[in-house]
Design a binder for this molecule. Structure first.
Ligand code: PEP
Length: 256
C-alpha cells in the first residue's frame, strides 16, 4: 500500500538567537520556504521558549511552531518549568520531548518523555519523541534493543494517542547530532523500519501506518535528498542547518 504519511521537516534552533534575531530569521525563512514550494509540505521550527509568542505571528498558517521541551506536570509549584497548557496558549503546535541533549545534560528519561507526550496531547499539541543510540551502543551492535527500550518506556502510558497529528517519532543517533557525521541512508532506513515494525507489533497497524518517523543528525542541504529517500523516512529533524535560511529552505524543498 502507498505510504499516506505527509512528509514533515522540523528545525530545532536549540539555545540560539535572541528573540528579536529569531523573529528576523523567521521573517526571512518563512517566505523563502513558501516561495519555493510547489506543493504543500508540512514544516516547522522548535524555538526557545522566550521566542514563542513573538514567532507565533510569523508562522501562523504557514509553518508549525514548536517548543523544545515541556514539563511533566500540568501546573503548580515547579519553579522554572513550562507547562503544555502554557505552550498551547503561546501559539505552539508541537514540542520535542526526549531530545538527546535533554537526556544527556538534564537526565531526562524515556519514562519522563512519555509523561510529557501525554501532557502535550492533553492540550491538543503534537509530541515529537526523539530516540537514538550512542556511539558506544552503535559500535557494540546493541542499538536495536536500546531503541526498542526507549520506545517501550516512552510510549507505555495509558491514554497516549498514536495518530498522525498527535505523535511523531524522531530517530536521532546521538553520534550524528551536531558532529557532522550522518547515518548513511541505509543505516537510517534500517532503524526506521525497525521502529515501524515495533509500532506494528506493539501498537497495531494504524499506529504503524500513521506515525511519522523523522531522521535527525547533521542533516544538511547536500545530504537531505538521499536521507529522505528511504521508504520509512518520513522527514527530518534539523538542528544546525535550521539556522541557515538557504540551507533549511533547500532541505524542506528537497522533499519529493
Ligand atoms: C537536533 O538538534 O535534533 C539535530 C539533529 O542537530 P544537528 O542537525 O545539528 O545534528
Amino acid at each position: 500500500m502507498m505510504n499516506q504519511r505527509p512528509p514533515l521537516i522540523l528545525g530545532n534552533w536549540k539555545m540560539n538567537t535572541l528573540p528579536e534575531e529569531g523573529r528576523l530569521l523567521a521573517r526571512q525563512l518563512v517566505p523563502t520556504v513558501m516561495d519555493g514550494l510547489h506543493r504543500p509540505v508540512e514544516w516547522g521550527l522548535a524555538v526557545p521558549m522566550t521566542h514563542l509568542a513573538l514567532l507565533a505571528t510569523e508562522t501562523k498558517g504557514k509553518a508549525l511552531l514548536g517548543a523544545q521541551d515541556c514539563s511533566v506536570h500540568p501546573h503548580g509549584a515547579y519553579t522554572g518549568e513550562v507547562s503544555a497548557a502554557m505552550l498551547a496558549a503561546s501559539g505552539c503546535d508541537f514540542a520535542l520531548v526526549g531530545h538527546s541533549e535533554r537526556r544527556q545534560y538534564h537526565g531526562e528519561t524515556s519514562l519522563q518523555a512519555g509523561q510529557k507526550i501525554l501532557r502535550l496531547q492533553e492540550q491538543g499539541l503534537m509530541a515529537v519523541y526523539c530516540v537514538g543510540e550512542s556511539l558506544e551502543q552503535r559500535q557494540s551492535g546493541n542499538y536495536a534493543s536500546v531503541i526498542q527500550n526507549q520506545l517501550q518506556e516512552g510510549l507505555m502510558l495509558e491514554g497516549l494517542s498514536l495518530g498522525v497529528s498527535e505523535l511523531v517519532l524522531a530517530y536521532e543517533p546521538v553520534w550524528a547530532i551536531g558532529t557532522g557525521l550522518t547515518a548513511s541512508p541505509e543505516q537510517a532506513n534500517e532503524v526506521h523500519a525497525l521502529i515501524r515494525h515495533w509500532l506494528l507489533q506493539n501498537r497495531g497497524s494504524n499506529a504503524a501506518e500513521q506515525v511519522r518517523i523523522l531522521y535527525g543528525g547533521s542533516v544538511n542541504a547536500s545530504n537531505a535528498g538521499d536521507l529522505l529517500s528511504g521508504e520509512h523516512v518520513d522527514g527530518a529533524l534539523v538542528g544546525g542547518a535550521s539556522l541557515q535560511i538557504r540551507a533549511f529552505a533547500d532541505i524542506v524543498l528537497s522533499v519529493r
